[in-house]
Design a protein around this ligand. Structure first.
Ligand SMILES: [Zn+2]
Ligand SMILES: [Zn+2]
Length: 452
Protein backbone atom coordinates (compact mmCIF):
# COMPACT_ATOMS: atom_id res chain seq x y z
CA UNK A 1 0.00 0.00 0.00
CA UNK A 2 1.20 3.50 -0.79
CA UNK A 3 0.34 6.31 1.64
CA UNK A 4 0.73 10.04 1.13
CA UNK A 5 -0.24 12.43 3.92
CA UNK A 6 -1.54 15.44 2.01
CA UNK A 7 -1.87 17.70 5.03
CA UNK A 8 0.89 20.28 5.11
CA UNK A 9 2.17 19.66 8.65
CA UNK A 10 2.40 16.95 11.31
CA UNK A 11 -0.33 18.33 13.55
CA UNK A 12 -4.06 18.15 14.32
CA UNK A 13 -4.62 20.12 11.15
CA UNK A 14 -6.26 19.40 7.85
CA UNK A 15 -6.83 15.64 7.77
CA UNK A 16 -6.24 14.26 4.31
CA UNK A 17 -4.51 11.04 3.29
CA UNK A 18 -4.12 9.38 -0.07
CA UNK A 19 -4.03 5.57 -0.15
CA UNK A 20 -3.14 3.40 -3.11
CA UNK A 21 -4.10 -0.23 -2.64
CA UNK A 22 -3.80 -2.51 -5.66
CA UNK A 23 -5.40 -0.59 -8.51
CA UNK A 24 -7.55 1.48 -6.12
CA UNK A 25 -6.89 5.10 -5.26
CA UNK A 26 -8.68 6.28 -2.15
CA UNK A 27 -8.65 9.64 -0.41
CA UNK A 28 -9.41 9.59 3.31
CA UNK A 29 -10.92 12.95 4.36
CA UNK A 30 -10.22 16.39 2.91
CA UNK A 31 -10.14 18.85 5.79
CA UNK A 32 -9.37 22.51 6.25
CA UNK A 33 -6.75 23.51 8.81
CA UNK A 34 -8.63 25.20 11.68
CA UNK A 35 -5.80 27.61 12.50
CA UNK A 36 -4.95 28.72 8.99
CA UNK A 37 -6.81 30.81 6.45
CA UNK A 38 -7.16 30.82 2.69
CA UNK A 39 -5.13 28.49 0.50
CA UNK A 40 -2.77 27.71 3.42
CA UNK A 41 -5.57 25.82 5.15
CA UNK A 42 -6.08 23.46 2.18
CA UNK A 43 -4.26 20.10 1.85
CA UNK A 44 -1.89 19.63 -1.06
CA UNK A 45 -4.35 18.32 -3.66
CA UNK A 46 -1.84 18.93 -6.46
CA UNK A 47 -0.33 15.56 -5.51
CA UNK A 48 -3.49 13.78 -6.67
CA UNK A 49 -3.68 13.21 -10.41
CA UNK A 50 -6.93 14.70 -11.78
CA UNK A 51 -9.72 12.15 -12.29
CA UNK A 52 -7.70 9.39 -10.66
CA UNK A 53 -9.58 8.78 -7.40
CA UNK A 54 -11.99 5.86 -7.12
CA UNK A 55 -13.33 6.67 -3.66
CA UNK A 56 -13.23 9.41 -1.09
CA UNK A 57 -13.88 8.22 2.45
CA UNK A 58 -15.37 10.91 4.68
CA UNK A 59 -14.89 9.75 8.28
CA UNK A 60 -16.99 12.55 9.83
CA UNK A 61 -18.21 16.09 9.35
CA UNK A 62 -15.86 18.22 11.45
CA UNK A 63 -14.32 20.77 9.12
CA UNK A 64 -10.77 19.55 9.73
CA UNK A 65 -11.90 16.41 7.85
CA UNK A 66 -14.62 17.74 5.54
CA UNK A 67 -13.92 21.44 4.90
CA UNK A 68 -11.88 21.10 1.69
CA UNK A 69 -13.86 18.24 0.16
CA UNK A 70 -15.61 20.36 -2.51
CA UNK A 71 -12.17 21.51 -3.70
CA UNK A 72 -10.77 17.98 -3.84
CA UNK A 73 -13.87 16.75 -5.62
CA UNK A 74 -13.69 19.39 -8.36
CA UNK A 75 -10.99 17.41 -10.14
CA UNK A 76 -12.29 13.99 -9.07
CA UNK A 77 -15.87 14.00 -10.32
CA UNK A 78 -15.88 10.24 -10.98
CA UNK A 79 -15.08 9.37 -7.38
CA UNK A 80 -17.80 8.11 -5.04
CA UNK A 81 -17.80 9.76 -1.62
CA UNK A 82 -18.41 7.10 1.01
CA UNK A 83 -19.80 8.23 4.34
CA UNK A 84 -22.00 7.06 7.21
CA UNK A 85 -25.79 7.46 7.17
CA UNK A 86 -25.83 10.44 9.61
CA UNK A 87 -23.02 12.19 7.68
CA UNK A 88 -25.10 12.02 4.47
CA UNK A 89 -27.23 14.88 5.84
CA UNK A 90 -24.67 16.54 8.11
CA UNK A 91 -21.98 16.99 5.42
CA UNK A 92 -23.95 19.31 3.08
CA UNK A 93 -25.22 21.32 6.08
CA UNK A 94 -21.72 21.83 7.46
CA UNK A 95 -20.32 22.74 4.04
CA UNK A 96 -23.05 25.30 3.42
CA UNK A 97 -22.29 26.87 6.78
CA UNK A 98 -18.59 26.91 5.99
CA UNK A 99 -19.39 28.63 2.67
CA UNK A 100 -21.38 31.35 4.49
CA UNK A 101 -18.57 31.86 7.01
CA UNK A 102 -16.05 32.24 4.17
CA UNK A 103 -18.27 34.82 2.45
CA UNK A 104 -18.34 36.78 5.70
CA UNK A 105 -14.58 36.44 6.19
CA UNK A 106 -13.97 37.67 2.66
CA UNK A 107 -15.87 40.84 3.50
CA UNK A 108 -14.62 41.39 7.04
CA UNK A 109 -11.06 40.12 6.81
CA UNK A 110 -10.31 40.72 3.13
CA UNK A 111 -9.31 37.14 2.43
CA UNK A 112 -9.21 37.27 -1.32
CA UNK A 113 -9.50 33.59 -2.18
CA UNK A 114 -12.66 33.08 -0.08
CA UNK A 115 -15.02 31.41 -0.59
CA UNK A 116 -12.78 28.52 -1.61
CA UNK A 117 -15.67 26.85 -3.41
CA UNK A 118 -19.09 27.61 -4.80
CA UNK A 119 -22.57 26.44 -3.91
CA UNK A 120 -22.46 24.36 -7.09
CA UNK A 121 -19.36 22.56 -5.81
CA UNK A 122 -21.25 21.68 -2.63
CA UNK A 123 -24.20 20.40 -4.68
CA UNK A 124 -21.81 18.22 -6.67
CA UNK A 125 -20.41 16.74 -3.46
CA UNK A 126 -23.91 16.10 -2.16
CA UNK A 127 -24.84 14.17 -5.31
CA UNK A 128 -21.74 11.98 -5.08
CA UNK A 129 -22.34 10.90 -1.46
CA UNK A 130 -22.91 7.18 -1.01
CA UNK A 131 -24.13 5.90 2.34
CA UNK A 132 -22.21 3.27 4.27
CA UNK A 133 -24.36 1.94 7.13
CA UNK A 134 -22.22 0.84 10.10
CA UNK A 135 -21.26 -2.83 10.02
CA UNK A 136 -22.36 -3.42 6.41
CA UNK A 137 -19.56 -4.55 4.09
CA UNK A 138 -19.64 -3.31 0.51
CA UNK A 139 -17.51 -4.85 -2.21
CA UNK A 140 -16.10 -2.62 -4.94
CA UNK A 141 -14.84 -3.92 -8.25
CA UNK A 142 -12.39 -2.26 -10.64
CA UNK A 143 -11.74 -4.31 -13.76
CA UNK A 144 -11.83 -7.49 -11.68
CA UNK A 145 -9.71 -6.11 -8.84
CA UNK A 146 -11.79 -6.28 -5.66
CA UNK A 147 -11.81 -4.25 -2.46
CA UNK A 148 -14.14 -4.45 0.54
CA UNK A 149 -15.01 -1.52 2.78
CA UNK A 150 -16.91 -1.56 6.09
CA UNK A 151 -17.70 1.45 8.28
CA UNK A 152 -17.89 1.18 12.09
CA UNK A 153 -19.15 3.75 14.58
CA UNK A 154 -16.19 5.58 16.13
CA UNK A 155 -18.05 7.45 18.92
CA UNK A 156 -16.59 10.99 18.77
CA UNK A 157 -19.63 12.71 17.15
CA UNK A 158 -22.79 11.50 15.43
CA UNK A 159 -21.91 9.99 12.08
CA UNK A 160 -18.22 9.52 12.90
CA UNK A 161 -16.75 6.33 11.52
CA UNK A 162 -13.72 4.12 11.59
CA UNK A 163 -13.21 2.23 8.38
CA UNK A 164 -12.01 -1.27 7.50
CA UNK A 165 -10.53 -1.76 4.04
CA UNK A 166 -9.93 -5.35 2.95
CA UNK A 167 -7.78 -6.04 -0.08
CA UNK A 168 -6.73 -9.62 -0.83
CA UNK A 169 -5.28 -10.89 2.47
CA UNK A 170 -4.70 -7.41 3.94
CA UNK A 171 -6.92 -5.66 6.45
CA UNK A 172 -6.31 -1.96 6.90
CA UNK A 173 -8.17 -0.17 9.67
CA UNK A 174 -8.56 3.61 9.84
CA UNK A 175 -9.71 4.83 13.26
CA UNK A 176 -10.81 8.33 12.19
CA UNK A 177 -11.39 10.55 15.22
CA UNK A 178 -12.39 8.08 17.92
CA UNK A 179 -13.87 8.01 21.41
CA UNK A 180 -14.30 4.64 23.12
CA UNK A 181 -16.24 5.99 26.09
CA UNK A 182 -20.01 6.51 25.98
CA UNK A 183 -21.35 10.05 25.87
CA UNK A 184 -24.91 11.05 26.77
CA UNK A 185 -25.79 11.54 23.10
CA UNK A 186 -23.75 8.73 21.62
CA UNK A 187 -22.38 5.28 22.52
CA UNK A 188 -18.60 4.82 22.34
CA UNK A 189 -16.80 3.36 19.32
CA UNK A 190 -17.74 -0.13 18.21
CA UNK A 191 -14.65 -1.28 16.35
CA UNK A 192 -13.81 -4.75 15.03
CA UNK A 193 -11.12 -6.61 16.94
CA UNK A 194 -8.70 -7.43 14.17
CA UNK A 195 -6.16 -8.79 13.53
CA UNK A 196 -5.17 -6.04 11.12
CA UNK A 197 -2.28 -5.68 8.74
CA UNK A 198 -2.12 -1.90 9.20
CA UNK A 199 -3.81 0.54 11.58
CA UNK A 200 -4.03 4.21 10.58
CA UNK A 201 -4.63 5.90 13.89
CA UNK A 202 -5.47 9.32 15.30
CA UNK A 203 -3.14 10.47 18.09
CA UNK A 204 -4.79 13.66 19.42
CA UNK A 205 -4.30 12.85 23.11
CA UNK A 206 -0.88 11.22 22.91
CA UNK A 207 0.67 13.90 25.10
CA UNK A 208 -2.06 13.71 27.77
CA UNK A 209 -1.43 11.14 30.52
CA UNK A 210 -4.45 9.36 31.93
CA UNK A 211 -5.70 10.81 35.20
CA UNK A 212 -7.61 8.11 37.07
CA UNK A 213 -9.15 10.62 39.45
CA UNK A 214 -10.96 12.31 36.59
CA UNK A 215 -13.82 10.33 35.14
CA UNK A 216 -16.31 11.68 32.65
CA UNK A 217 -19.00 11.82 35.33
CA UNK A 218 -16.75 13.47 37.95
CA UNK A 219 -15.75 16.04 35.32
CA UNK A 220 -19.41 16.72 34.56
CA UNK A 221 -20.08 17.23 38.30
CA UNK A 222 -17.14 19.63 38.49
CA UNK A 223 -18.39 21.56 35.43
CA UNK A 224 -21.85 21.96 36.96
CA UNK A 225 -20.27 23.15 40.23
CA UNK A 226 -18.18 25.79 38.44
CA UNK A 227 -21.26 26.98 36.54
CA UNK A 228 -23.28 27.18 39.78
CA UNK A 229 -20.52 29.11 41.58
CA UNK A 230 -20.30 31.53 38.65
CA UNK A 231 -24.04 32.15 38.72
CA UNK A 232 -24.00 32.56 42.53
CA UNK A 233 -21.51 35.41 42.25
CA UNK A 234 -23.66 36.97 39.52
CA UNK A 235 -21.30 36.10 36.69
CA UNK A 236 -21.69 34.48 33.29
CA UNK A 237 -20.13 31.26 32.11
CA UNK A 238 -18.74 30.84 28.60
CA UNK A 239 -18.47 27.27 27.33
CA UNK A 240 -16.65 27.26 23.98
CA UNK A 241 -17.66 24.16 22.01
CA UNK A 242 -17.62 22.82 18.46
CA UNK A 243 -21.08 23.38 16.97
CA UNK A 244 -21.26 19.81 15.68
CA UNK A 245 -21.43 17.17 18.39
CA UNK A 246 -19.87 18.82 21.42
CA UNK A 247 -22.55 21.51 21.71
CA UNK A 248 -25.44 19.05 21.65
CA UNK A 249 -23.60 16.79 24.11
CA UNK A 250 -23.13 19.71 26.53
CA UNK A 251 -26.81 20.66 26.13
CA UNK A 252 -27.67 17.08 27.11
CA UNK A 253 -25.30 17.33 30.09
CA UNK A 254 -26.96 20.58 31.22
CA UNK A 255 -30.40 19.06 30.73
CA UNK A 256 -29.56 16.01 32.83
CA UNK A 257 -28.09 18.22 35.58
CA UNK A 258 -31.17 20.41 35.57
CA UNK A 259 -33.49 17.40 35.71
CA UNK A 260 -31.52 16.09 38.70
CA UNK A 261 -31.90 19.47 40.43
CA UNK A 262 -28.14 20.06 40.35
CA UNK A 263 -27.99 23.08 38.03
CA UNK A 264 -29.18 26.53 39.10
CA UNK A 265 -31.83 28.10 36.92
CA UNK A 266 -30.40 30.53 34.37
CA UNK A 267 -30.74 31.57 30.74
CA UNK A 268 -28.73 29.50 28.28
CA UNK A 269 -27.57 31.05 25.01
CA UNK A 270 -26.38 29.10 21.97
CA UNK A 271 -24.88 30.19 18.67
CA UNK A 272 -26.77 29.63 15.42
CA UNK A 273 -25.25 26.57 13.78
CA UNK A 274 -25.25 24.51 17.00
CA UNK A 275 -28.97 25.19 17.44
CA UNK A 276 -29.72 24.45 13.80
CA UNK A 277 -27.99 21.11 14.05
CA UNK A 278 -30.37 20.17 16.85
CA UNK A 279 -33.04 19.49 14.18
CA UNK A 280 -30.61 17.28 12.28
CA UNK A 281 -29.76 15.37 15.46
CA UNK A 282 -33.43 14.80 16.22
CA UNK A 283 -33.99 13.43 12.70
CA UNK A 284 -30.93 11.19 12.90
CA UNK A 285 -32.05 9.92 16.31
CA UNK A 286 -35.56 9.16 15.05
CA UNK A 287 -34.52 7.61 11.75
CA UNK A 288 -31.47 5.60 12.77
CA UNK A 289 -31.59 5.18 16.55
CA UNK A 290 -27.81 5.69 16.46
CA UNK A 291 -27.84 8.68 18.80
CA UNK A 292 -29.80 9.69 21.87
CA UNK A 293 -31.09 13.19 21.34
CA UNK A 294 -34.44 14.90 21.51
CA UNK A 295 -35.04 18.47 20.45
CA UNK A 296 -37.45 19.05 23.33
CA UNK A 297 -34.50 19.48 25.72
CA UNK A 298 -33.92 22.85 24.01
CA UNK A 299 -37.37 24.09 25.01
CA UNK A 300 -37.10 22.49 28.43
CA UNK A 301 -33.79 24.30 29.01
CA UNK A 302 -35.29 27.49 27.53
CA UNK A 303 -32.28 27.88 25.25
CA UNK A 304 -32.16 31.20 23.42
CA UNK A 305 -30.25 31.93 20.27
CA UNK A 306 -27.64 34.62 20.77
CA UNK A 307 -27.59 38.04 19.16
CA UNK A 308 -23.94 38.92 19.12
CA UNK A 309 -23.79 42.63 19.89
CA UNK A 310 -20.98 42.24 22.39
CA UNK A 311 -18.08 44.61 22.92
CA UNK A 312 -14.62 43.74 24.23
CA UNK A 313 -14.39 44.31 27.98
CA UNK A 314 -18.10 45.09 28.35
CA UNK A 315 -19.63 42.49 30.65
CA UNK A 316 -22.88 40.82 29.61
CA UNK A 317 -26.02 42.36 31.09
CA UNK A 318 -27.90 39.09 31.00
CA UNK A 319 -26.10 36.58 33.22
CA UNK A 320 -26.20 32.97 32.20
CA UNK A 321 -24.49 30.19 30.29
CA UNK A 322 -23.10 31.07 26.87
CA UNK A 323 -22.53 27.85 24.93
CA UNK A 324 -20.86 29.08 21.76
CA UNK A 325 -18.69 27.89 18.89
CA UNK A 326 -15.81 27.61 18.23
CA UNK A 327 -14.31 25.21 20.74
CA UNK A 328 -10.79 26.63 20.43
CA UNK A 329 -11.83 30.32 20.50
CA UNK A 330 -10.71 30.77 16.89
CA UNK A 331 -10.56 34.48 15.97
CA UNK A 332 -13.87 36.25 15.28
CA UNK A 333 -16.07 33.27 16.14
CA UNK A 334 -18.91 33.83 18.66
CA UNK A 335 -16.92 32.24 21.51
CA UNK A 336 -13.90 34.47 20.76
CA UNK A 337 -16.01 37.64 20.82
CA UNK A 338 -17.74 36.51 24.01
CA UNK A 339 -14.40 35.69 25.67
CA UNK A 340 -13.28 39.26 24.89
CA UNK A 341 -16.39 40.55 26.67
CA UNK A 342 -16.17 38.29 29.74
CA UNK A 343 -12.50 37.66 30.43
CA UNK A 344 -11.75 40.94 32.23
CA UNK A 345 -14.29 40.29 35.03
CA UNK A 346 -13.52 38.11 38.06
CA UNK A 347 -17.08 36.88 38.51
CA UNK A 348 -17.23 35.27 35.05
CA UNK A 349 -15.84 31.92 34.02
CA UNK A 350 -14.62 30.25 30.83
CA UNK A 351 -15.04 26.48 30.82
CA UNK A 352 -13.21 24.52 28.13
CA UNK A 353 -14.75 21.14 27.42
CA UNK A 354 -12.76 19.95 24.42
CA UNK A 355 -9.35 19.81 22.82
CA UNK A 356 -7.60 23.13 22.14
CA UNK A 357 -4.54 23.42 19.96
CA UNK A 358 -1.94 25.13 22.20
CA UNK A 359 -1.40 27.94 19.68
CA UNK A 360 -5.06 28.90 19.31
CA UNK A 361 -6.54 31.65 21.52
CA UNK A 362 -8.30 28.89 23.51
CA UNK A 363 -5.03 27.02 24.05
CA UNK A 364 -3.19 30.18 25.10
CA UNK A 365 -5.92 31.31 27.52
CA UNK A 366 -6.09 27.81 29.07
CA UNK A 367 -2.40 28.01 29.88
CA UNK A 368 -2.37 31.67 30.98
CA UNK A 369 -1.96 32.72 34.61
CA UNK A 370 -4.52 34.96 36.31
CA UNK A 371 -3.78 38.66 35.65
CA UNK A 372 -1.65 37.71 32.62
CA UNK A 373 -2.41 39.81 29.56
CA UNK A 374 -4.03 38.33 26.49
CA UNK A 375 -4.23 40.05 23.12
CA UNK A 376 -7.42 39.57 21.10
CA UNK A 377 -5.53 40.24 17.88
CA UNK A 378 -8.36 40.76 15.45
CA UNK A 379 -10.17 43.05 17.92
CA UNK A 380 -7.01 44.98 18.73
CA UNK A 381 -7.94 44.52 22.40
CA UNK A 382 -5.70 43.52 25.30
CA UNK A 383 -7.24 42.21 28.51
CA UNK A 384 -5.97 40.67 31.71
CA UNK A 385 -7.20 37.15 32.33
CA UNK A 386 -9.46 37.71 35.34
CA UNK A 387 -12.35 35.35 34.72
CA UNK A 388 -12.00 31.88 36.22
CA UNK A 389 -10.58 29.63 33.51
CA UNK A 390 -11.19 25.90 33.88
CA UNK A 391 -10.50 22.93 31.66
CA UNK A 392 -12.67 19.82 31.79
CA UNK A 393 -11.70 16.46 30.48
CA UNK A 394 -14.78 15.86 28.33
CA UNK A 395 -13.08 15.61 24.96
CA UNK A 396 -14.37 13.58 22.06
CA UNK A 397 -11.04 11.80 21.62
CA UNK A 398 -9.85 8.49 23.07
CA UNK A 399 -7.29 8.23 25.87
CA UNK A 400 -3.85 7.29 24.58
CA UNK A 401 -3.85 4.09 26.67
CA UNK A 402 -7.12 2.99 25.11
CA UNK A 403 -5.64 3.47 21.65
CA UNK A 404 -2.57 1.48 22.72
CA UNK A 405 -4.89 -1.33 23.89
CA UNK A 406 -6.58 -1.21 20.50
CA UNK A 407 -3.19 -1.56 18.79
CA UNK A 408 -2.21 -4.48 21.05
CA UNK A 409 -5.48 -6.30 20.29
CA UNK A 410 -5.28 -5.47 16.58
CA UNK A 411 -1.79 -7.00 16.41
CA UNK A 412 -0.84 -5.09 13.25
CA UNK A 413 2.31 -5.31 11.17
CA UNK A 414 2.36 -1.51 10.85
CA UNK A 415 0.81 1.55 12.48
CA UNK A 416 0.52 4.89 10.67
CA UNK A 417 0.15 7.90 12.98
CA UNK A 418 -2.08 10.84 12.05
CA UNK A 419 -4.02 13.74 13.59
CA UNK A 420 -1.72 14.69 16.46
CA UNK A 421 0.81 17.33 17.47
CA UNK A 422 4.48 16.26 17.43
CA UNK A 423 4.69 15.39 21.19
CA UNK A 424 1.52 13.29 20.88
CA UNK A 425 2.90 11.34 17.94
CA UNK A 426 6.22 10.91 19.72
CA UNK A 427 4.53 9.28 22.73
CA UNK A 428 2.89 6.72 20.46
CA UNK A 429 6.15 6.08 18.59
CA UNK A 430 8.01 5.42 21.84
CA UNK A 431 5.20 3.50 23.43
CA UNK A 432 4.75 1.18 20.45
CA UNK A 433 8.53 0.74 20.08
CA UNK A 434 8.77 -0.27 23.75
CA UNK A 435 5.72 -2.50 24.03
CA UNK A 436 5.44 -3.89 20.51
CA UNK A 437 8.96 -3.75 19.06
CA UNK A 438 8.02 -5.89 16.07
CA UNK A 439 5.44 -3.34 14.87
CA UNK A 440 6.57 -0.87 12.21
CA UNK A 441 5.55 2.66 13.27
CA UNK A 442 5.22 5.29 10.59
CA UNK A 443 4.89 8.98 11.31
CA UNK A 444 4.36 10.19 7.76
CA UNK A 445 6.25 13.23 6.59
CA UNK A 446 3.66 15.39 4.85
CA UNK A 447 3.54 15.17 1.06
CA UNK A 448 6.02 12.25 0.84
CA UNK A 449 5.14 8.84 -0.58
CA UNK A 450 5.45 6.04 1.95
CA UNK A 451 5.22 2.35 1.26
CA UNK A 452 3.60 0.41 4.08
ZN1 LIG B 1 -13.49 15.41 14.75
ZN1 LIG C 1 -10.35 15.83 13.72
Amino acid sequence: MKVVDLSKAQDVGSSCMLLEIGSFKILVDAGLHPKKVGADAVPNFSLIKPHSLDYIILTHCHLDHLGALPLAFRKQKDAKILTSVPSMTLAPRMLRNSYQVMLRQKKEENIEEYPLYTRMDINDVEKALMSMPYGVTKTFDKFGDKLKITFYSSGHIPGAAGCLIEYKHRKIFITGDVLFEDQLTLPGAQFPEGPFDTIIMETTRGATPRNDEKTRSSEIDRLIKVINHTLERNGSCLIPAFALGRMQEILSVLHAAKAAGKLRSCPIFCSGLGLDLVDYFENIAKKTGLIHFRKRIITQLKVKSLRLDVRPGEDMQEKGIYLLSSGMLIENTPSYLMAAALINHHHNSICFVGYCDPETPGGIIQNAMQEEEFLFKTLDYVSKVRAVVEKFDLTGHAERDELMDFVVKGNPRAVVLTHGDPPAREWFMNSIAQNLPEVKVINPIPELEIFV
